[in-house]
Write a protein that binds this ligand. Structure first.
Ligand SMILES: C[S@@+](CC[C@H](N)C(=O)[O-])C[C@H]1O[C@@H](n2cnc3c(N)ncnc32)[C@H](O)[C@@H]1O
Length: 272
């Protein structure tokens, strides 16, 4: 199925982030690495390390949201799903098409912002997966309502987010500790990293989103949260200022499994 890309104009931060991800993809940044052949051969294991998709996803309709780069789309397609990838970066989406073609997989790609999904019909997807990306939106007002709209009743929404303190805190340390440098309620982008750092994507604008907006926003949009998980990267013996040390002090991400409310059964036509 083909969908028209968005024609809505992009604001400055979305355009900035689109260009930043285009540059990262062209430069071969780590976060733009496509799935490998061996990962594609074990796709369900790679996708579902937490066991949140116990029956597999064969023939499911899956939306990989803000998930370009030739990784998520091909992995979910390789596990048997009918996949649509949404991303704002044309270079990241081109990588999905390339990887899919190389491995004989089918993925639909749509260039649009993750919170502008008007080209997609309501209740289309059994599963929406969203890697870390909500931080690139200045506000989450439209994101979760749009995800809820395109998810089938009883469908699953798995998303991962930078947790607020990760974005608020300093990246470097001179004392062995980290300082809160950006206020929780400051709606402006957080200060960019001065030197390359795995916790900030170069050239992007990132925004802190409160727990109220993240967890409350998912629930208020018509999902029930079934499980959460904090991927663990912290190392107690890591060098101060390193990724492992910072992650030992501040858990960087939260992964959330939510289920769309509503009845999965098709309403029957009752005749009298
Ligand atoms: C974490 S990366 C995607 C997945 C990556 N391949 C990986 O393996 O982690 C985040 C993605 O969000 C996309 N992005 C940033 N802002 C966006 C927006 N407003 N709407 C849709 N995608 C956006 C970027 O282009 C980037 O591809």
């Amino acid at each position: 199925m083909e969908f028209e890309p968005t024609h809505q104009p992009l604001d400055d931060s979305r355009r900035n982030n689109q260009q930043a991800w285009d540059r990262m993809a062209r430069a071969g940044h780590k976060l733009t690495a496509p799935a490998t052949k061996s990962e594609l051969a074990n796709s369900l294991k790679v996708i579902d390390g937490l066991g949140w998709l116990p029956g597999g996803i064969r023939s499911w309709k899956v939306l990989c949201l803000a998930a370009g780069g030739g990784r998520h789309g091909p992995l979910y397609a390789s596990a048997g799903a009918e996949v649509t990838v949404v991303d704002l970066s044309p270079v990241m989406l081109e990588r999905d098409r390339q990887v899919a073609a190389e491995h004989g997989l089918q993925v639909n790609t749509i260039q649009t912002s993750m919170d502008q999904l008007d080209m997609l019909p309501s209740a289309m997807f059994d599963l929406v997966v969203q890697p870390v990306s909500s931080c690139y939106l200045p506000t989450l007002d439209a994101l979760f309502p749009e995800v809820a709209r395109v998810t089938k009743p009883q469908g699953i929404y798995i998303s991962q987010h930078k947790q607020p303190a990760n974005l608020q805190a300093s990246l470097d340390t001179y004392t062995g500790h980290y300082a809160i440098e950006h206020a929780y309620y400051d709606r402006r982008p957080v200060p960019p990293a001065v030197t390359p750092n795995l916790l900030r994507e170069p050239g992007t604008q990132e925004f802190v989103h409160s727990w109220n907006d993240l967890l409350g926003g998912i629930c208020r949009s018509g999902f029930v949260i079934e499980d959460v998980s904090e991927p663990s990267y912290g190392k107690s013996d890591a060098l101060p200022g390193s990724f492992g040390h910072r992650c030992y002090f501040i858990a960087p991400y939260l992964r959330i499994k939510a289920r769309r409310l509503g009845s999965a059964t098709t309403p029957r036509l009752i005749t009298f």
